[in-house]
Design a protein around this ligand. Structure first.
Ligand code: MLT
Length: 315
């Protein structure tokens, strides 16, 4: 716990606040909450960072989350515990190929998931996160817009099926959610017939089809807190279980099965990049200033538009 105490000292000394995602390790989530920071999904992280008066934001998550914070708060210093923490969705959507895709379909509104680089956002009309994507796409459909969607094909398909919108999809996936398996989930449900099945929409269709609740991390967390059920099967990154256990003590949480299960790792549903965030990294970035996020102009101002459009929509 020396690292934790040191991190607390440094956060206070540097007028810094820790903004953490639900998928990072529990000790960092706890540090954020104990020091006036937040533990949240991408949407809330963006809002919290923008509205907080601290001079420095320490963003514990993956790179696009730090970039979004910097785009919204160019005058704040944004640090990350490990700049190599990236995201398979972001990696799978290179800005130049994405620009060519957009150029080929100029009649479509470009809607991108938060899990993309600043350069991809710079080409987009709208950014969405999993907690507001359905509402925003429904709104665009009602306006008669056709959509170019990137990068998560599972989330895109789910939204397309729910809204009936005309969506042309990029072919990306999250390496964590893509591994949840429908057949194994069926077997687990048979062993636990009373369990409520909570599924993140980045999961394959065979898994989403078995869900009692489909939603973002914050929506799945709310389902655990507010439901009468005592037992839940959770199909999203298992980092969320820490907060679920804190907010719903006594409830039983089972991880949904993934491929590659073994005796020691029944689920393996944990993002390797989220796992790079460590207390030592929080200390190091505050001590030395390494891990600072920069987003060059004009990319920053171009990317700002689609993020603000989303924030205004959900306000
Ligand atoms: C996010 O928005 O942070 C990720 O999609 C995970 C989630 O909250 O659903």
């Amino acid at each position: 716990d020396r690292a934790k105490e040191r991190a607390k000292e440094l956060l206070a000394r540097h007028d810094a606040v820790l903004v953490a995602h639900y998928y990072v390790d529990g000790d960092i989530q706890d540090l954020a909450l104990e020091t006036g920071g937040c533990v949240a999904d991408s949407l809330e992280m963006a809002r919290f960072g923008r509205d907080h008066p601290a001079k420095t934001l320490v963003v514990a998550g993956v790179r696009f989350m730090g970039e979004t914070a910097k785009i919204l708060s160019p005058d704040k210093r944004v640090l990350m515990p490990d700049l190599d923490a990236t995201c398979s969705l972001d990696l799978g959507c290179p800005p130049d190929e994405f620009a060519a895709f957009c150029d080929a379909h100029p009649d479509r509104k470009v809607v991108v998931y938060a899990n993309t680089s600043a350069a991809v956002k710079a080409r987009a009309d709208w950014m969405v996160t999993s907690s507001c994507a359905l509402a925003i796409v429904s709104h665009l459909k009602a306006q008669g817009d056709k959509i170019l969607w990137a990068p998560d094909r599972h989330l895109g398909r789910y939204i397309q099926e729910q809204t009936g919108a005309d969506m042309l999809m990029w072919n990306g996936a999250c390496i964590v959610h893509d591994e949840f398996k429908g057949l194994e989930l069926e077997l687990l449900r048979k062993e636990h017939p009373g369990a409520l099945v909570l599924v993140h929409p980045e999961s394959p269709r065979s898994v989403v089809e078995q869900a009692d609740v489909v939603g973002s991390t914050s929506q799945l967390l709310n389902a655990v807190i507010s439901s009468q059920a005592q037992e839940f099967i959770v199909a999203t990154d298992n980092g969320i279980l820490h907060r679920m256990r804190q907010l719903a003590p006594g409830k039983t949480l089972l991880e949904a099965p993934t491929a590659g299960r073994s005796a020691t790792c029944k689920s393996c549903a944990h993002c390797p990049w989220m796992a790079m965030n460590a207390l030592q990294g929080v200390v190091a970035c505050l001590e030395t200033g390494v891990g600072e996020i920069t987003v060059p102009e004009p990319t920053r101002s171009q990317a700002l538009g689609c993020i603000e459009r989303m924030l205004d929509f959900v306000a």
